[in-house]
Design a protein around this ligand. Structure first.
Ligand code: MG
Length: 367
């Protein structure tokens, strides 16, 4: 089997409302879809959702990268995923989001060849997955209003974006916890917004609020402060922006810098490396979460298969399709009102982009 052509599409999908985190504001998902066609009448699809502040990739840079990456794959066997990914990462070692779209398309294809849903191809079972719902940074009143609305929709866990000043962030959490009551899981994410001292003040000030964990309190490079914070607060610390790949996971765990890892396909370069990160964490007795950027339910379905296939992944933060004004995906995961995710047994990822939507997009083909 050989790769015959690769189609690349640029999709702009507005969010329901602007979404703010400590690093900046996003108004639309500016994503890329990849379709890998073979000489056997089978294709695989993947999606990249570049989050510029985190991955240093944009839709424009990813489209240009996709052109060059696609040329490396034409005529090659798509079933040799490790070899294909080695070629892609050998050429662009620091562009994980666009490479994740190729990785997903290759796994989608392999699942179709094997006639197995991706979770089964990965040797996993089907398990119940539940996602949280994220509240962006805003005025405290608006954040309380959003958190209550998501609780009323049945989400069992609310994730709150923080990373401003310690007094403001403590106030946000206290007001949200009071409005939601003591039962619901409350997670926080500072997205690197604090320094060491601010993180200590903020986290100490919310230690009595039943916080399940706090993601990425300090800068991406600051493993040492993360280690010191972890040793001084009772709220578990989850590395997110600090862990892109398996090498980061190994260093963070070796240092004792965190309690959990947040794996995202857009940071790891896809499923192949995500499996390695999870294996390293599992070997160290550490549980993981799988999160998302601004993906449609195409990439979210790939992520959900990965979560289903590995029981060491304890938490799912796979809510980005709920932010989008349009989710042009056929098949794939479905959500019920309680944030429960159901995966289908269709082969591969089991999701594609609506052909009419694809035709409306700017695109090119590499042959
Ligand atoms: Mg995060």
């Amino acid at each position: 089997m050989k790769i015959k052509s690769i189609e690349v599409y640029k999709a702009d999908i507005p969010l329901e409302e602007p979404f703010r985190i400590s690093l900046g504001e996003i108004k639309a998902a500016k994503n890329i879809f990849i379709k890998i066609n073979t000489d056997m009448n089978l294709f695989g699809m993947g999606e990249a959702s570049p989050f510029p502040f985190i991955v240093s990739e944009t839709q424009a840079s990813d489209a240009a990268a996709a052109h060059d990456l696609a040329r490396l794959l034409i005529g090659k066997d798509p079933r040799e995923i490790e070899n294909r990914l080695r070629e892609l990462t050998g050429y662009l070692p620091h562009s994980p989001t666009i490479i994740s779209a190729f990785d997903m398309a290759l796994y989608d294809l392999l699942g179709k060849i094997a006639n197995l849903p991706l979770y089964a191809l990965l040797g996993g079972g089907k398990r119940t997955l539940v996602t949280d719902r994220t509240v962006g940074i805003n005025t405290p009143d608006k954040m309380v209003e959003d958190a209550v609305a998501f609780k009323e929709r049945g989400f069992p866990a609310i994730k709150v974006k923080l990373g401003t000043t310690a007094p403001e962030d403590i106030d946000r959490i206290r007001r949200i916890r009071k409005a939601l009551g003591p039962e619901i899981s409350l997670r926080t994410d500072a997205n690197q917004g604090w320094d060491y001292v601010t993180a200590l003040q903020a986290l100490k000030g919310m230690e009595d609020q039943g916080i399940q964990y706090c993601e990425q309190p300090v800068a991406v490079w600051d493993f040492e402060s993360m280690r010191r914070i972890s040793s001084q607060v009772t709220i578990p610390i989850m590395a997110d922006e600090s862990v892109f790949d398996d090498h980061d996971a190994y260093k963070l765990i070796s240092m004792g810098a965190c309690d959990y890892l947040n794996i995202k396909l857009a940071k790891s370069g896809g499923i192949y490396v995500a499996l390695k990160i999870n294996a390293i964490a599992e070997a160290a007795g550490m549980r993981c979460m799988v999160g998302c950027m601004n993906e449609t339910s195409l990439a979210l379905t790939a992520a959900a298969h990965f979560v289903s296939a590995r029981t060491n992944i304890q938490f799912a933060d796979l809510d980005s399709a709920d932010f989008l004004q349009e989710n042009p995906v056929v098949g794939g995961i479905t959500y019920d009102e309680g944030g429960k995710i159901t995966i289908s047994d269709a082969p591969g990822i089991g999701a594609t982009i609506d052909p009419a939507f694809l035709r409306s997009l700017e695109s090119f083909v590499v042959k």
